[in-house]
Design a protein around this ligand. Structure first.
Ligand code: SF4
Ligand code: SF4
Length: 340
């Protein structure tokens, strides 16, 4: 069903919806940027149309609502163990198709990657509904079309934010009465972006000697340029690695908690093992691992690439390392290897 709303009606709808859902979307967090007088575009609670920042891409993805930066898994108090509750109120995430597809990749990692579903992810994920933001142009570094992540049908409501009005397609029965009350019935179906600003060509790995790809001098460039800051991992909607932390609150260590915290393949210490062994000491090897995971390994397991082409890793790298340029270089190298 399609609806048209004025900005004022949209604000009223948002207020009414907030009684049951926590609406979150891309917003401008004032003075929360890298320096004290800079802002940060990130996901947060929205209460009105004016809160939404639609002209700029968010630095962080919305993944923290299902996979928080740090999460207490359980607490010990003597022999008692307690798993903390999470907020019961469901969350409505206003997100573009690439990010909704990013959740789809996270679902594969946390829910389909073994005999057991990840309990902590699953209990948050079932409380999420998507309000898809129609995205027809993307941003300079986006390549979601190449990654086949420009379209999705996984939304409760799709929204087109125009100059003066908002158009909505409501698929989820739960929200129909709200839009009936605040909107006017019209015909509307969302459209999707059909071409990328960043030109990216995916390598065709078929028949290629992967050992030769792994040992190619391409990766050495990143050993010199990458500073292992991990920004590309933390801003990525599909990076899902975490590390464990045990924290004791008393000297006897009877009162303690175990947390998981975001980790990333580019960050020092990520592959360190007991005895001091590390699988990927230099930063070029880490870039190789990330690249192959995002555009080869995940696809071999789940049938679609992990990377959704949001372009955030290109936007945030302080060394101007472009992941999309790396994919293009790899593509050329593989063509040379195959004499294409
Ligand atoms: S690898 Fe880069 S472009 Fe791909 S999903 Fe992650 S942040 Fe986005
Ligand atoms: S953001 Fe850039 S410098 Fe930082 S870890 Fe990623 S590739 Fe390396």
């Amino acid at each position: 069903m399609g609806y048209k709303l004025s900005k004022t009606s949209f604000d009223r709808l948002l207020q009414a919806m907030s009684k049951r859902y926590v609406p979150v979307g891309p917003m401008c967090a004032k003075n929360a940027g890298a320096f004290s007088d800079t802002d940060s575009i990130r996901y947060g609670k929205i209460t009105s149309y004016a809160d939404l920042e639609l002209a700029q891409k968010s630095y962080f993805s919305p993944k923290e609502f299902v996979f928080p930066i740090r999460e207490t898994l359980f607490r010990f108090n003597g022999s008692n163990r307690e798993v903390p509750e999470v907020a019961a109120r469901p969350i409505a995430i206003f997100a573009r198709p690439c990010d909704i597809n990013g959740f789809n990749r996270l679902d594969s990692v946390f829910l389909e990657n073994g005999p057991e579903k990840d309990f902590y992810y699953a209990r948050r994920r079932k409380n999420i509904k998507f309000f898809m933001i129609e995205c027809l142009t993307g941003f300079e570094s986006c390549f979601c079309v190449t990654m086949k992540a420009n379209k999705t049908a996984d939304y409760s409501v799709a929204l087109r934010f125009g100059e003066d009005e908002i158009l909505a397609e409501v698929k989820d029965e739960e929200f129909i009465s709200l839009f009936e009350e605040y909107g006017e019935i019209i015909d509307y179906k969302p459209e999707f972006k059909e071409s990328d600003n960043a030109k990216v060509e995916l390598p065709n790995f078929e028949g290629v000697d992967l050992e030769a790809v792994f040992n190619h001098p391409l990766w050495k460039e990143y050993t010199q340029r990458c500073i292992a800051c991990g920004r590309c991992n933390t801003s990525c909607v599909t990076c899902s690695c975490f590390s464990m932390q045990d924290t004791a609150y008393d000297a006897a260590k009877t009162l303690s908690e175990r947390r998981r915290v975001w980790a990333g393949c580019h960050i020092d210490g990520f592959t360190d093992m007991a005895g001091g062994h590390s699988f990927r000491k230099n930063n070029g090897d880490r870039m190789r691992f990330k690249t192959m995971h995002k555009i080869y390994d995940f696809a071999a397991r789940f049938g679609r690439n992990m990377c959704v082409g949001c372009g955030r890793c290109d936007d945030v790298c302080p060394e101007y390392i472009s992941f999309s340029a790396c994919i293009n270089k790899l593509s050329e190298i593989i063509k040379e290897m195959k004499n294409v």
